[in-house]
Ligand binder design. Structure first.
Ligand code: NAP
Length: 259
């Protein structure tokens, strides 16, 4: 399917690895020029090189912490006039509700709620003026079905989800579509880290921890960054103009709910 976005420009935050990289790959395959971001310069540059080589698009790499105002400003400057924004950042660490401090919550809010809001607030006016724009926020399955040890994530992402629910309906009239993608378990470094946590907590091997988690997913496997990226590119395409403020679950059926 021709997504109709060849030649458009996208900012993809937190995109040197994992789901963000999957989104960057799929957009690049559709002919979209990219600004990609992550904190670690070497991994980011390697991803930028790979994207250029594979897809022949222009890729600008901005090494910065997207959770900070300075990082956001650097990325926004490199991506001035971009048509597409994919918001992403690392997820907060797991833990126990009784241990989290105010500072822990502020860090989670900065990365997973206030950073995407700041990026949208900066880019939406120009998108509305141009009469076209697409925003995809990577959130989590935990928005629909909370994961108790990820309470910092549950809380921050719920706040972002509320913001998007209202804002998406205010900008849709200008041809600007904002939607959220809710990953269930995907085979990325984040999943390996969480398997490691389960392995230590239950005194089992990482492989056993993974097998346990796979057994909870109707598809009996983890998702891939490629599958995730394909949905992201579709939501950024010309075909997604009537999809507004949705929370799209990619979880292999893990959330046991009818709607
Ligand atoms: P990942 O494989 O660990 O990749 C994270 C990427 O984000 C890396 O490129 C990392 O590079 C970059 N990054 C992290 N913090 C950043 C920051 N503050 N500023 C800029 N770049 C940053 O993670 P993932 O699995 O793709 O997860 C992406 C998001 O989806 C996370 O918020 C995660 O919680 C959420 N999620 C993932 C899953 C899953 O199963 N994978 C499930 C539900 C939700 P640097 O470290 O170099 O910055």
């Amino acid at each position: 399917m021709d997504l109709g976005i060849k030649g458009k420009r996208a900012i993809v935050c937190a995109a040197s690895k994992g789901l963000g990289r999957g989104c960057a790959e799929a957009l690049a395959a559709a002919g979209v020029d990219l600004v990609i971001n992550a904190r670690t310069r070497d991994a980011l540059d390697a991803t930028a090189d790979a994207l250029r080589a594979a897809h022949g698009v222009s890729v600008t790499a901005v090494a910065a912490d997207i959770a900070t105002p300075d990082g956001q400003a650097e990325v926004l400057e490199a991506g001035t006039g971009a048509d597409i924004l994919v918001n992403n950042a690392g997820g907060p660490p797991p833990g126990m509700w009784s241990d989290w401090t105010r500072d822990d919550f502020i860090a989670a809010l900065d990365a997973n709620m206030l950073a995407p809001i700041a990026m949208m607030k900066a880019m939406l006016p120009e998108m509305c003026d141009r009469g076209w724009g697409r925003v995809v926020n990577i959130t989590s399955q935990s928005v629909k079905s909370p994961i108790p040890v990820l309470g910092l994530s549950n809380s921050a992402r719920a706040g972002l989800t509320g913001y998007v629910a209202g804002t998406s309906r205010q900008v849709a009239q200008f041809g600007v579509n904002i939607n959220n993608m809710l990953p269930g378990i995907h085979a990325t470094d984040r999943a390996v880290a969480l398997d490691g946590g389960v392995s230590r907590a239950q005194n089992i091997s990482v492989e056993e921890a993974k097998a346990q988690r796979e057994a909870t997913i109707p598809a009996r496997r983890y998702g891939t960054a490629e599958e995730f990226g394909a949905m992201c590119a579709f939501l950024c395409s010309q075909h997604a103009g009537f999809i507004v403020g949705q929370n799209i679950l990619l979880d292999g059926g893990a959330v046991n709910a009818t709607l």
